[in-house]
Design a binder for this molecule. Structure first.
Ligand SMILES: [Zn+2]
Length: 405
């Protein structure tokens, strides 16, 4: 057992503690959080270490694609999701598996150096799993299914299940990493497959994840078959009419049974309208914001004040290195704080910690609270009179792990 004291401790589930301290068991489990004086009184013989900055729990990245890490800087943005996706698929086509796996492993290690303790990673393949294990990240791997897998194999869910079993057989699955099959997006799979994925997740009692209301072309396709996705689907031999429910994205999810079990993580929600937000709120869903990716691809952010006003829980993700410069949640927080100055800094910290932990079902993560094992960061800030504001303002703070998760 040891005590780490600091000018400020940010437990997240309660307000920052001035002249605070954290008592940790040898395995990193939090024993007690409070003022330094209270902890010294409780554990008079414990060794004490002094932090240089602010103590914060390890961060939770609720949406990433480590398997795309080899495409860093390779996919230009700014014209919307359809051209970005075309460019991504072209760049990814000739990527050797070894290179994809090595880049994923390096990116996972870099994410840890940037203060990430847990991750919700999305993969078409399971190639990121060994890298997640090597980096000792906790989390969930969402196995992303699209209509072409269904067309090629007859049953995308069963095929994914076989791939997962192979990873076990080849000892490539890290102990403790969660696994859920996930739909990519409402335009990339038919209604029947989407329904079956949601039913499978509900049957397993797990929340899955979906990209939703990300881009205006998605809204247009779902509403009336217009927009740029129609031509892409036609080229793939998919009748665009089969992807036109005549509804807004979240209303379509409700029709597909997405909210019959644990609600899926709703990733992006940049173009969600008021009805979408209310449906998501009623379902108890968490919205995962990936602001730098949204700015890179489409140049627009979600209406975050409206999401918060409507009472939606939020979490943060980085998306992949194909649409963001690094896997730093500090960069995401700084972007949000700069664009939405009316939102309190505490909301961004919550989103990057407890928000992601709750959405991914990781009860040990997200907060400095007794019994949790979230990892503890010592983060330097430039203004000790305003610790939370300083934490979210700096996109690349100097930090070190006091204890790993
Ligand atoms: Zn994504």
């Amino acid at each position: 057992m040891r005590i780490i004291s600091a000018r400020w401790v940010v437990p997240v589930e309660r307000p920052p503690i001035a002249d605070g301290a954290v008592a940790l068991d040898d395995d990193g489990t939090v024993r007690m959080v409070g003022t330094r004086a209270a902890l010294r009184a409780e554990f008079p013989r414990a060794a004490e270490e002094r932090a240089h900055g602010v103590l914060v729990p390890g961060l939770v990245n609720a949406h990433c694609h480590l398997e795309l890490s080899a495409l860093a800087d390779a996919v230009p943005g700014g014209e919307g999701l359809v051209p970005w996706t075309r460019s991504l698929l072209k760049s990814a086509a000739d990527l050797p598996r070894d290179r994809r796996r090595l880049a994923a492993e390096q990116a996972a290690a870099a994410a840890v150096r940037l203060g990430t303790a847990a991750i919700g990673d999305v993969g078409n393949t399971l190639d990121a799993a060994p890298g997640i294990g090597a980096a000792k990240l906790s989390g969930v791997l969402f196995h992303e299914l699209v209509g072409s897998r269904e067309a090629a194999t007859g049953d995308a869910l069963a095929d994914a299940g076989r791939e997962r079993a192979r990873a076990d057989a080849e000892a490539e699955w890290p102990a403790g990493l969660g696994y859920v099959r996930a739909p990519h997006a409402p335009y990339s799979a038919g209604a029947d497959l989407l329904r079956r994925i949601f039913a499978a997740a509900a049957g397993e009692g797990r929340a899955t994840s979906i990209h939703i209301a990300e881009d205006p072309d998605e809204i247009a396709l779902l509403r009336d078959g217009s927009g740029r996705w129609a031509a892409v689907l036609e080229a793939l031999g998919v009748p665009p009419g089969s992807r036109v429910p005549g509804k807004s994205p979240v209303a379509y999810l409700a029709e597909l049974g997405a909210f019959d079990g644990a609600p899926p993580l709703l990733v992006h929600m940049v173009h969600a309208d008021g009805d979408d937000r209310r449906l998501a709120r009623a379902a108890g869903a968490t919205v995962v914001l990936c602001p730098r990716s949204n700015l890179h691809i489409g140049g627009q952010l979600a209406d975050v004040p409206a999401l918060l006003d409507d009472g939606l829980p939020i979490a943060l993700g980085t998306d992949s290195l194909a649409s963001t410069p690094d896997l730093s949640l500090w960069g995401e927080m700084a972007t949000l704080a700069a664009h939405f100055p009316s939102v309190s800094s505490a909301r961004w910290i919550e989103a990057a910690t407890t928000g992601g932990a709750a959405a991914l079902g990781l009860p040990a993560h997200g907060a400095l609270a007794p019994g949790k094992r979230p990892g503890v960061l010592d983060v330097l800030v430039d203004d000790l009179s305003a610790p939370l504001e300083s934490l979210v303002r700096d996109a690349a703070p100097s930090l070190r792990w006091v204890a790993r998760a």
